[in-house]
Design a protein around this ligand. Sequence first.
Ligand SMILES: [Ca+2]
Ligand SMILES: [Ca+2]
Length: 179
Amino acid sequence: MNEFQTRKLKHRFALLDIDNNGYITTEDYHKVPRKILAAFGEPATSERGVRLLGVFMNWWEALRVAADTSGDDRVSPEEFFAALGKGVPNAEVFQSTGGPVLNAIVDIAANGGDQVSKEAFGKWFVAMGVPAQEANDSFDRLDQDGQGYLTRERLNSAMTEFYTSDDPNSPGNLLWGRF
Ligand SMILES: [Ca+2]
Ligand SMILES: [Ca+2]
């Protein structure tokens, strides 16, 4: 990994470790979707709520299988970097579970539509641990034509960029804020 990739994965790890105990565990993956549901006032028992909790658990399971080589049911920074630092094939594994997560969140954030407003984007990313100002700046970078909303497709391409691009200034690399 080059210096940029290392910084990026450290940043991503820190956000995924939402309870800040130094490891990514199932607890983090319990907390984040519940924070998102709370931000949007969506019940955990609604169809969308149940789906969100489910896709987060699938994501955790995929990450655990791919990264937890020590088998202690927690992913250390070293394990995370080893699993995701191998390049694009691993990024694709991560995306294959990230895609359903993105769709489940957009269904809530866009209230069944396809357009995520700046306010909704802010609620979403703040719930994931990004500072509010960083989330605002990230939205503005992604909304290149100033439409005031981001489509599912735009968000998906930004996420792909995050996991595959080495351009430090690409909007996708700054999706979760500056690092
Ligand atoms: Ca943690
Ligand atoms: Ca481990």
